[in-house]
Design a protein. Structure first.
Lengths: 694, 846
């Protein structure tokens, strides 16, 4: 029997003879499977009287487009009529998952995918019938779905070819993305009751499996975590949050790292090409001006899911931070071949052939150990360069949200500030009119938090534009504040050129002042933003002794404030203006004036002293050193007011503030994933081939 | 002096001695035994050739008691009928019998000493043999020790003597034999006759101890590296090494229990490839030992899919032999009843530790290819983090002294790349848990780095799920020290409590003000602070005297090594998830790759002997022999000396002269602290001057001289000794030892009493060493055999010159003059300062 079925398959496959020899029908050439489908959709049951029917049926290559097409043809009521047939078909497919014959397993998976997708297509048509009833049947649903998940788990955990495991993951993705709104996808309820979590974790913990299946596994997990996130206790959320299998967490991190570094590498390749010559650089710049970089945007969009995965892991799992900074070593040919160790890195991150074209410096850089945080910071620097269009804006926002979570985490901070954990982080800067792109070949290895602060400074400096991204600025300043709070609390004296941060902040204030009316029209809360900036200064002024790297930097802070006193003066008078008028911003303006108290005190205290010193020495302008001397000499007579809760911030929480953002994000991610699994059929041949090779 | 006269007589007495032992038969049997030792049966056991006669021979000297035992044993086993197992058992009993004898001897000796009586004659049967040779009398005397044994093994060509000595090895305490293991094994490799004599002993020890097997295998592979063309005469070392590494020398457990693999199974020859047990065990141990299992594995789901992953670092089980005996129900029962669990599942015994050491060495090899120190450091940390995934495991640092522990974690960010241009040695700290028995104690479960952090809102609903692993580690801080204690559990609500805690500790900072301001947020009293205070506190922080070196990316080891060991331990303990366990300990090790440590090992042995001699003679010279582990001729491990920094690093980072540094560290010149440190300095300096002179230690730049926190100096790096020196033996440093005026300054100047004391110490040390010269010479001499070590470049002259440096012919007065002369010429040596300058210009060593 089996042999016959086998030859049968061969024939169908080769399209030579599409009918069974035994079949007496002389109809037009039609795939046998299509014939069977047709009879199913006509309400007939071809299995009746043929005990071997299902064995043979799942040896036939399923025709997914045909099934989906049939669903389109049938009306809602007609579908109701077909319920029994569909139930049987689905049930038999679930049964076949247990088969030893992998061909049947693959075909069953495809058939189920086709059924699920077909039925959900109907759902969009506005029919209010229940999908589960038609597909599985209410009475049987629980047991059938339980069996299905068990079978899927069995395949994922068992000694099955990797290609089949991959198809299982794809099928779960089909299930999860059946609806636009993942929380309305009632089918997933069964996946909540019967978990695939453990199987996914096992894939992530296994190096060999992770290389092939890691990306899919992380996607599946991320999608399942999104189900009814804000309503019920989703077991995937629970399990992910307490996961403490270090290998699996590392695997998870490596998958994300792989995807992000692919993006980074591609960006790097393109920008090195662009830099090849002055003219080409100019040309591409002009070109970019007129042709929006569609491909690039779509690449960014594709990363949404990856970032979402990263976000969920960081947000939910306390142990993931370790994996975040868990160093990843690129494999080098120097590994002694005699050693039995498998190359330790993820091929996703191995230098791709494309890299060979790049210059040596890049190769050298690629030999640097990296970790997920390093890669993520580099990625963020790329995405944040341009936040004009919606996709990039939301992607950059997600990056900043993730960074906020990291900056809030005590353990992450301790790792980022550890002087023993140094990395070179390549931050990309946007070319701007008033500055050249600094090609920093030799950024020294520094604690990771330096790179984070650099990124924040860079963001502050490069987004003072007409479409002012106020929200992103708020987050950016929030991250800076969190890091400073940690340093204050733990007395970490970071060797960082703080002056760059101060300059950036003062520039931002300047920008806010000069675009006051414009900005107020759109967002009325520039006072809030200004307060945040001023409070960062206040942190330095009142708590500088606990975290500044040396006494001179405290003097320099005063120097900068005195030098730029006009900005603060103007800010104060602007705030004062709004406190007198009865506007909606009255209160926040009043708060801003309060926050400015110390800065004003400093300016009022030192400015006259500097002036009189200049007069006494008959100098029209003073050098920095001279001002610093004056400052040093006059600290004692200055009294500062200690402000409340400078080192307090509202902890990040997704519910309820960010839930709208995430709901939209998940929606777009779901539709992206659905697209990516829509062409399952084209892999069929590949899968069977790889199975045959086993 | 007795010994030297004895040795001249040895040839005369040899014939007589041979007769008294009537050992010719032994010779034949062992010969046959060795030639056949590579033939094995399918069980992986050797097909032991008849050994009974050997037994009988040895019994001749040691009494019938032994023979009796073995006979009884043989009879007991005769029912089995199995010829083979019979013979194996016989051999085992022979060795056991001997060791029991030694036990009795020891007891007797102890008793005798306690009672203040001379030790009793060892054996009644011996005493009636009136016509003993001098040699035998020496061997039977109580002064006979390992040192004499190896020297006679080396010098005597008489098979009878050799066999006798080979058997006597069984009666020495194991650690005494272990000290001379390099010598024994070097003879094993290069001297076929000695190999025959000591083979039974080595095999016996290998079967007994994993540790011994590993050391033997490593030393064998290191010293047989010079054997270019293996022939019948010198291939025995390699054969033995392969036997050990193929795990053919396993303890002989009860044959009934050990499941004999079928002879048709090819994999039986390599037991470690057949680790199928790991699969079936998972289900079994789960059901049998639910209690312990659930504790050991939390969300470890990766097990099922992996087959044998030993050695695969990314598997997380690289150092797992697949042995389940300890985890099995039997193991748990034994654990509860206090019995030892013996592994009988056939899992490889040596593999995990070998893999671990191998992994450390591979890291070193990979680091060598990286150009900068910065790259090496970050790479090292990355590689160790990878290694960490596979811990805790049943692996340990293979130094003799620190045997009983399991490594649970490597604090990877603390590891440092040491200063070296081409090679990349690195220093590594390991957290271990001390255990009673490495092989049968339970390995602790994995704990993640950050056991306690604040709970996020999403986690609150999951508290019921979260596993409760005892008291989670309460503190972590990367910078250590009390001032960072508040770096913890940092949620909004906790803030105030913490700040309150800070306040109660009355730390003089602003935090207390902010407590007041936040707690009394409603009251509108503003708090004022003076800007001057803030600035003052800031500068005070920086002017405060610091005992630390600033971190320097070009020389990361300086800052790390300067940190006092106690502080480092405390800091790492606080940040470790295993830190609160009572048996937690921190160890350190230097991994060297691409360096031949065999000379280092030789010097270690000489230093150790010298130290013992000086202790024995009550000469207060101070030296610190540090452990060396030779893994191969190109790699090894060094036990770092705690609390030391090199003089180069001191001068570079403190920018002070050595004396100024002493004053800074230990107090004013007349303070007790300084004087103690000065005395330590003088005693250690004298010790090492003598070592440098006797062993002709070269390459003495300040990077190779350490100073510990008591003021002792410690010389390291013995890459150039005896007849080799840097720079193609041009004789750059031709002074007897390194003694600079700076050193003399620390001692109080050339005219000072301490300097006189220094010279007296050298003289006393030299006189004492001369007295016991015979303990030193054989160690060096034996290692010359067949060795390609550069320090023996001058051939026989090397040993002759070494002997000459003891100046046996000088009177004490003459010796005193000679020492004065040595000191004088060292102090005034141009080449010493030239060499220091040379090092400064080429390697930047101050």
């Amino acid at each position: 029997m089996n042999q016959e079925a086998g030859t049968d398959l061969k024939r169908t496959h080769g399209h030579a003879v599409l009918l069974r020899k035994s079949s007496s029908s002389k109809m037009a050439l039609k795939e046998k499977v299509v014939q069977i489908y047709e009879s199913f959709f006509q309400g007939e049951d071809p299995s009746v009287g043929n005990p071997n029917f299902w064995d043979e049926f799942f040896l036939l290559r399923p025709n997914i487009p045909f099934i989906e097409g049939e669903f389109d043809k049938v009306s809602g009521e007609g579908l109701m009529m077909l319920k029994d047939n569909l139930n049987t078909l689905f049930y038999k497919a679930v049964e076949s998952l247990k088969e030893d014959n992998v061909i049947r397993v693959v075909n069953a998976i495809y058939t189920m995918s086709a059924l699920v997708r077909g039925i959900y297509r109907k759902n969009f048509g506005g029919f209010g019938f229940d999908v589960i009833n038609i597909l599985i049947g209410f009475d049987a649903a629980e047991t059938v779905m339980q069996e299905m998940v068990e079978n899927l788990n069995h395949i994922l955990n068992g000694e099955y070819p990797t290609a089949i495991k991959q198809q299982v993951l794809k099928f779960i993705m089909v299930l999860a993305t059946a609806c636009d709104n993942i929380s309305q996808n009632t089918l997933l309820e069964y996946l909540m009751i019967n978990s695939v979590f453990e199987s996914i974790i096992q894939i992530l913990g296994n190096v060999d499996l992770r290389l092939v299946l890691g990306a899919d596994a992380v996607q599946v997990l991320t999608l399942l975590v999104q189900y009814r996130k804000y309503e019920s206790a989703n077991p995937y959320i629970v399990k992910l949050s307490i996961l403490d299998d270090e290998l699996a967490l590392t695997g998870y991190a490596q998958v994300v790292l792989g995807a992000l570094s692919d993006f980074n590498r591609e960006y790097q390749c393109r920008s090195t090409e662009a830099q090849a010559g002055w003219f080409s650089a100019f040309a591409s710049m002009v070109g970019n001006m007129f042709v929006p970089d569609e491909k690039h945007v779509s690449a960014v969009r594709a990363n949404d899911l990856v970032l979402l995965a990263l976000y969920e892991a960081i947000h939910l799992n306390r142990n993931f931070i370790t994996a975040l900074t868990h160093t990843h070593t690129p494999s080098t040919p120097t590994t002694p071949p005699s050693s039995p160790t498998v190359p330790m890195s993820n091929p996703l991150n191995d230098p791709a052939p494309a890299l060979q074209n790049l210059d040596k410096a890049l190769l050298e850089q690629s030999s640097h150990p990296t970790n997920l945080l390093v890669t993520f910071l580099e990625y963020s620097s790329i995405v944040m360069q341009d936040t004009k269009d919606e996709t990039r804006h939301s992607n950059a926002k997600l990056c900043l949200v993730i960074l906020t979570c990291i900056a809030e985490d005590q353990y992450a901070n301790s790792l980022m500030h550890d002087v023993n954990i140094n990395f070179r982080v390549k931050l990309h800067r946007m070319p701007m009119r008033h500055r050249k792109v600094k090609v920093e070949k030799d950024t020294p290895s520094r604690p990771l938090v330096c790179a984070l602060l650099d990124l924040m400074v860079e963001f502050i400096m490069s987004h003072m534009m007409k479409s002012f991204p106020l929200e992103l600025y708020n987050r950016c300043l929030g991250i800076t504040q969190r890091v400073l709070c940690y340093q204050k609390k733990c007395r970490v004296r970071l060797q960082y050129p703080w002056k760059e941060l101060w300059t950036a902040l003062i520039n931002l204030l300047k920008y806010l002042l000069s675009n006051e009316s414009n900005l107020l029209k759109k967002h009325n809360n520039i006072f809030h933003l200004s307060s945040k900036i001023v409070n960062i200064f206040n942190l330095f002024i009142t708590y500088g002794d606990t975290f500044l790297p040396n006494p001179n930097s405290y003097d320099e802070l005063y120097y900068e404030i005195i030098r730029m006193h006009q900005v603060f003066d103007n800010l104060y008078s602007m705030a004062l203006r709004y406190t007198t008028s009865d506007g909606e911003s009255k209160e926040s303006a009043a708060r801003l004036t309060n926050h400015l108290v110390n800065i004003k005190a400093i300016i009022n205290h030192f400015s006259p002293k500097v002036d009189s010193w200049a007069a006494a020495n008959q100098l029209s302008s003073l050098t920095e050193e001279q001002v610093l001397d004056v400052v040093r000499a006059n600290y004692d007579s200055l009294t500062l007011k200690l402000q409340d809760s400078l080192d307090q911030y509202e902890r990040y929480s997704e519910k309820p503030r960010e839930s709208a953002f995430f709901t939209t994000l998940v929606r777009s991610v779901v539709s992206d994933v659905r697209k990516s699994v829509s062409n399952l059929a084209q892999y069929h041949h590949q899968v069977l081939q790889s199975v045959a090779e086993m | 002096m007795l010994l030297t006269t004895m040795s001249t007589e040895s040839s005369l007495n040899a014939a007589h001695f041979e007769r008294s032992l009537s050992a010719s038969a032994v010779d034949h049997t062992t010969n046959k035994f060795l030639s056949e030792d590579c033939k094995k049966d399918q069980n992986g056991n050797e097909q032991e050739t008849p050994k009974e006669c050997l037994l009988d021979q040895t019994a001749n000297g040691h009494g019938e008691k032994l023979e009796e035992i073995s006979c009884r044993f043989r009879n007991g086993h005769a029912e089995d009928g199995a010829d083979l197992s019979d013979k194996i058992a016989a051999l085992k009993v022979e060795s056991n019998g001997l060791s029991t004898v030694s036990e009795e001897e020891k007891k007797e000796k102890v008793k005798g000493e306690v009672l203040g009586k001379p030790p009793l004659p060892k054996n009644k049967t011996n005493s009636n043999a009136g016509k003993q040779s001098w040699l035998l009398r020496l061997f039977e005397s109580k002064m006979f020790d390992m040192s004499i044994a190896i020297s006679y093994l080396f010098n005597s060509k008489e098979p009878g003597v050799q066999t006798y000595l080979g058997n006597r090895l069984f009666s020495f305490p194991e650690d005494e034999v272990d000290f001379y293991l390099p010598q024994l094994l070097n003879m094993y490799i290069h001297m076929h006759d000695v190999a025959e004599a000591i083979h039974p002993y080595i095999v016996y020890r290998c079967r007994q101890s994993v540790e011994f097997s590993l050391h033997t295998a490593w030393i064998l592979s290191a010293y047989s590296a010079d054997v270019l063309k293996p022939n019948w005469k010198n291939s025995q070392g390699i054969k033995l090494k392969n036997m050990i590494l193929n795990e053919e020398l396993r303890p002989k457990v009860d044959k009934k229990v050990g499941n004999l693999p079928s002879p048709t199974m090819p994999s039986a020859l390599h037991p470690f490839t057949a680790t199928t047990p790991s699969k079936k065990t998972h289900s079994r141990s789960k059901s049998d030992a639910t209690g312990i299992y659930s504790k050991l594995t939390h969300s470890q789901t990766t097990g099922n899919l992996q087959k044998s992953s030993t050695g695969d670092l990314s598997s997380g089980r690289a150092f797992d032999s697949g042995c389940i005996c300890v985890q099995s129900s039997e193991g748990i029962v034994n654990d509860l009843t206090g019995k030892e669990t013996v592994c009988h599942c056939g899992a490889p015994r040596l593999k995990p530790e070998l893999e671990f050491v191998n992994a450390l060495m591979n890291i070193g090899t990979r680091l060598q290819h990286l150009p900068t120190k910065e790259l090496r450091t970050s790479r090292l940390i990355a590689e160790l983090a990878m290694l960490n995934l596979n811990l805790p495991a049943r692996v340990w640092l293979p130094f003799n002294t620190s045997n009983h522990h399991h490594i649970v974690r490597i604090p990877h960010t603390q590891a440092i790349v040491l200063n070296s241009k081409e090679k990349a040695p690195y220093l590594l700290y390991v957290e271990v848990l001390e255990v009673e028995n490495v092989y049968s104690s339970h390995i602790p479960g994995k704990r993640l780095e950050n056991t306690l952090r604040f709970t996020k809102s999403e986690e609150d609903l999951t508290t019921c799920y979260s596993r409760n692993n005892g008291s989670p580690h309460p503190e972590f801080s990367i910078y250590g020290g009390s001032e960072f204690d508040d770096a913890e559990c940092w949620s909004q609500e906790d803030d105030e409590i913490l700040q309150f805690a800070v306040k109660t500790r009355s730390v003089d900072t602003l935090s207390q003000f902010s407590v007041e301001s936040t707690t009394s947020a409603d009251s509108k009293d503003p708090v004022y602070i003076a800007a001057g205070d803030i600035r003052k506190r800031l500068s005070e922080h920086f002017t405060a005297p610091k005992s630390k070196f600033e971190r320097d990316p070009e020389d990361p080891s300086a800052a790390a090594l300067k940190e006092p060991w106690e502080e480092k331990v405390k800091r790492i303990r606080e940040s470790s998830p295993y830190g609160q366990l009572p048996n937690w300990k921190l160890l350190s090790v230097i991994i060297k790759c691409g360096d031949d440590l065999r000379q280092e090992l030789l010097v270690y042995q000489v230093l150790k002997v010298l130290k013992n001699i000086w202790d024995l003679e009550h000469v207060p010279l101070w030296i610190e022999p540090y452990h060396i582990l030779v893994i191969s001729n190109m790699s090894g491990m060094i036990q770092p000396v705690d609390n030391t920094v090199s003089i180069h690093q001191i001068k570079k980072h403190s920018k002070k002269s050595l004396k100024e540094y002493f004053i800074q560290e230990f107090g004013a010149v007349n303070s007790e602290g300084f004087l103690t440190a000065q005395r330590n300095f003088v005693q250690s300096c004298a010790g090492y001057c003598l070592v440098c002179y006797l062993m002709q230690v070269k390459d003495r730049h300040n990077g190779n001289i350490l100073l510990d926190n008591d003021g002792h100096i410690i010389h390291i790096d013995f890459g150039f000794i005896l007849s080799t020196s840097p720079g193609k033996n041009l004789g750059f440093e031709n002074s007897p030892f390194k003694l600079t005026h700076e050193f003399a300054e620390v001692m109080g100047g050339l005219e000072s009493d301490m300097f006189e004391y220094f010279k007296i110490l050298i003289l006393q040390g030299l006189v004492a060493s001369r007295k016991h010269m015979d303990k030193i010479i054989p160690i060096v001499e034996i290692m010359q055999t067949g060795s390609g070590l550069p320090c023996f470049g001058n051939g026989v002259n090397t040993i002759r010159q070494l002997k000459e440096r003891f100046h046996l012919n000088l009177t004490e007065e003459q010796l005193q003059l000679y020492v004065d002369q040595l000191v004088e010429s060292s102090l005034n040596s141009l080449t010493t300062s030239l060499y220091d300058k040379f090092q400064y210009f080429t390697n930047g060593i101050l």
